[in-house]
Design a protein around this ligand. Structure first.
Ligand SMILES: [Zn+2]
Length: 131
């Protein structure tokens, strides 16, 4: 499957990231501090090797995201010394208000965002009105 896909909110349909391709064959999971887990423009499906929470989640690069805000109780949602962790509930909120994603961006965390497929979907970006 070489088609690009858009990451979209299942609750309202807004595009959260555009023209993503699957990670390349031979992709390896690396979870070092401050290292991007997937390259910009790519997505991967979590296999649970980082945490059970990420299993089967769609994992993307932080810089590819748009149309997202923070929950009202932001600081309680896993804010570390300078960025986010994913252990205290979703910390990425869609413009429609749905709490849909988990960002990891603290200096002691690998950098990524992950989303459950119950909250987001991937639809081919080269098809008009797809999905
Ligand atoms: Zn939404």
């Amino acid at each position: 499957m070489d088609h690009s896909a858009n990451l979209r909110c299942r609750h309202c349909g807004v595009t959260l990231a555009s023209n993503l391709k699957p990670v390349e064959a031979g992709f390896k999971w690396v979870f070092d501090m401050q290292i991007d887990v997937v390259p910009s423009g790519r997505f991967a499906i979590g296999n649970g090797s980082y945490s059970g929470l990420t299993k089967d989640h769609i994992i993307v690069h932080l810089d590819d995201l748009k149309s997202l805000t923070r929950p009202p109780d932001d600081v309680g949602r896993g804010y570390g010394c300078c960025g986010y962790w994913d252990g205290h509930g979703p910390n990425l909120v869609c413009v429609c208000g749905a709490e849909i994603g988990f960002e990891l961006s603290d200096c002691a965390a690998p950098r990524m965002a992950h989303f459950a497929t119950t909250d987001v979907m991937l639809s081919r970006s080269d098809l008009r009105d797809a999905g």
